[in-house]
Design a protein around this ligand. Structure first.
Ligand code: AMP
Ligand code: AMP
Length: 358
């Protein structure tokens, strides 16, 4: 924890407020906080306020024009006065950025900010997962190495927009030019694109919670994504696909709950443990709270991890209330938003809040 955050924490009394940006998994987080008896504050864009009035889970709403205003001294001061602990989610990475979170934010944040930085850097993330012993898709150094199907990701791609598939050097260049022409990426972005082996299989997003207080990694739920228009391409006959030159895109629209084959569980559980152990080595104190392994399972079945999120993912929204795996562990209403609030409450009770925030 940096000095400013540590000083802020010193001023906090018993009454903690759970705060987050109004987007992504905010409802999940607020509902969990309320069910654990904590106060809530939502940093919200004016146009999205309707959500937090229809689902009245935020005790306090701070209106902003843009999420970056969270960094303003005035807003941070207000949040600190309410003893706010922020819960980071995908919109923090997307709209505020991990550099800003590390350097300009001194409101305590549940989780390890340094790992969010590892998450958003493709090379660092890859190193973390490989050193944890996970299987990853191969990365190609140049389009000349393309032999089979590859997925091409440009550096700052958000939510899978602007990815494309290619199966040869020629299709790479042809489709790359089309992407530039359609405004999906720039010439420079194509040059720096990340070319990855395409894993043929199904998407499995596994969500875990590492409790620092209990030193245990819990398996809380699984989902798959609903993406436009990768998930709809099969409804268009192949002839039309070819004629219209349709290329799948992966804009996330929603999530679908899942359970997985029980015989896959041992490996998923071990993968979670290994990622937690490796995180302790790369960024002390390691993972605090939620994380998600984003995998493709092949017909073998082999589990290949293509990404990690070091925070709550919106896929856990499918478990609001409960999910089969959370039920197996807790036998009651439990879900990621509530699990976070429960950990914060327990930390408060045992005077260990400083162990779960950065
Ligand atoms: P948003 O606030 O909806 O613009 O989302 C912020 C970031 O989180 C973007 O990078 C989105 O791609 C990602 N995101 C939002 N919703 C979901 C979801 N349901 N599943 C996965 N990622 C999401
Ligand atoms: P992402 O933006 O990384 O969450 O990925 C967007 C979409 O691309 C998801 O549907 C992933 O399943 C898919 N995807 C990403 N990398 C790979 C890969 N190496 N092989 C197959 N599918 C992938």
């Amino acid at each position: 924890m940096d000095k400013n955050t540590a000083e802020t924490l010193e001023t906090y009394g018993k009454g903690i407020t759970i705060g987050t940006l109004g987007s992504h998994s905010a409802l999940n987080i607020f509902k969990g906080a309320k069910e654990e008896g904590l106060k809530t504050v939502c940093i919200c864009k004016k146009e999205d306020q309707i959500v937090y009035s229809r689902f009245p889970l935020a005790d306090e709403i701070i209106l902003v024009n843009n999420f970056k205003e969270l960094l303003d001294e005035k807003i941070q001061k207000k949040l600190k006065k309410m003893n706010t602990v922020l819960i980071p989610h995908g919109s923090f990475n997307a709209y505020i950025g991990t550099e800003n979170m590390l350097k300009k934010l001194s409101v305590p944040m549940f989780g390890n900010k340094n790992l969010l930085h590892w998450e958003t850097n493709r090379e660092m993330q890859r190193k973390w997962l490989i050193d944890a012993g996970l299987k990853l898709p191969k990365v190609l150094k140049s389009p000349d190495e393309i032999k089979g199907l590859v997925i091409v990701k440009y550096p700052g791609a958000k939510g899978g927009k602007g990815y494309f598939l290619a199966h040869s050097k020629e299709t790479f260049h042809k489709k790359g030019q089309e992407m530039i022409h359609n405004g999906h990426m720039s010439e420079d972005e194509l040059k720096n694109a990340h070319i990855q082996e395409y894993i043929i299989g199904v998407n499995i997003y596994a969500s875990y919670f590492h409790s620092v207080l209990n030193n245990e990694t819990e398996f809380l739920g699984v989902d798959k994504r609903y993406e436009s228009f990768a998930d709809n391409i099969g409804r268009i006959p192949a002839d039309e696909q070819i004629e219209m030159r349709i290329n799948p895109t992966y804009t996330i629209v929603g999530n679908i709950p899942l359970t997985i084959r029980e015989s896959l569980l041992p490996e998923y559980l071990r993968m979670g443990d290994r990622v937690v152990e490796q995180a302790k080595k790369i960024a002390k104190p390691g993972i605090i709270g939620p994380f998600c392994l984003e995998t493709v399972v092949t017909e073998k079945p082999d589990i290949v991890t293509f990404e990690i999120s070091a925070r709550i993912v919106a896929g856990t929204n499918v478990g609001i209330g409960t999910s089969p795996y959370a039920y197996l562990k807790y036998g009651e209403k439990m879900y990621m938003g509530r699990r976070i609030a429960k950990e914060i409450k327990e930390a408060l009770k045992s005077d260990k809040l400083r162990n779960v925030v950065t």
